[in-house]
Design a protein around this ligand. Structure first.
Ligand code: AMP
Length: 218
């Protein structure tokens, strides 16, 4: 199964990708996670990407195509993948088509997660990540349970806010989504592989809807 999850920042692509990995045992390919790892490791890619990410802009297509090409040549994606955060514009979508054609692995389904703008802002501003175990919480909707310990250190989770989740940057990221990424909805709809998923409400309910959308396709 080769899937793209499309959607604005905060629409739940990462969370729902995690659910798919657990259910379908296919890897999540998150370009945002790959870039954040590069930043944390202080690689050349990370040094180039960090200021662009912090400003809520898109990293250049050249760089991103290099990242995705490398990741999709790893053996674990032979069984399929969930793309989360790629493609982000039409040039990336066309380049992905070419790459997947070369690999003989065409896309099966593109699912767009639809969430109201006010809800997106609420979700993003509440998002916190544990710097030890990388788990993502939301201080409004899904905080750590009382007394919950981090599996990485046995103590409480150490939560931090992604620099690009600050309110000043969020607006910019949502504008970039509308301008550059939303046109992909029509691009994939024209191919007949787009499915729309109402993605508000309970995470489990959205996961169940996603599952049924993917089953219908298969
Ligand atoms: P995400 O975690 O998907 O929200 O990505 C965080 C940031 O990483 C984005 O705001 C961009 O700066 C950068 N990024 C991630 N994926 C891409 C992509 N496909 N193209 C360009 N920039 C990206």
């Amino acid at each position: 199964m080769r899937i793209i999850l499309l959607g604005a920042p905060g629409s739940g692509k990462g969370t729902q990708s995690q659910r798919l990995i657990e259910r379908c045992h296919i890897p999540q390919v998150s370009t945002g996670d790959l870039l954040r790892a590069a930043v944390a490791n202080g690689t050349e890619l990370g040094r180039k990407a960090k200021p662009v990410m912090d400003a809520g802009q898109l990293v250049s297509d050249d760089i991103m195509l290099g990242v995705i090409r490398e990741r999709l040549s790893e053996p674990d994606v032979g069984r399929g993948f969930v793309l989360d955060g790629f493609p982000r514009n039409l040039a990336q979508a066309r380049a992905l088509d070419e790459l997947l054609a070369q690999l003989g692995q065409p896309l099966d389904t593109v699912v767009v997660l639809e969430v109201d703008q006010a809800e997106l802002v609420r979700r993003i501003s509440g998002r916190r990540t544990c710097r030890r175990c990388d788990r993502v919480f939301n201080v409004f909707t899904s905080p750590p349970a009382p007394g919950e310990t981090c599996p990485a250190n046995g103590g409480p989770h150490e939560l931090f806010q992604r620099p690009d989740d600050k309110e000043s940057t969020v607006e910019k990221r949502l504008r970039v989504y509308e301008e550059k990424t939303r046109p992909l909805v029509d691009f994939y709809a024209a191919r007949g592989i787009l499915r729309k998923l109402p993605a508000e409400g309970d995470v489990d309910a959205v996961a169940a809807r996603l599952q049924s959308v993917l089953k219908k396709k298969g």
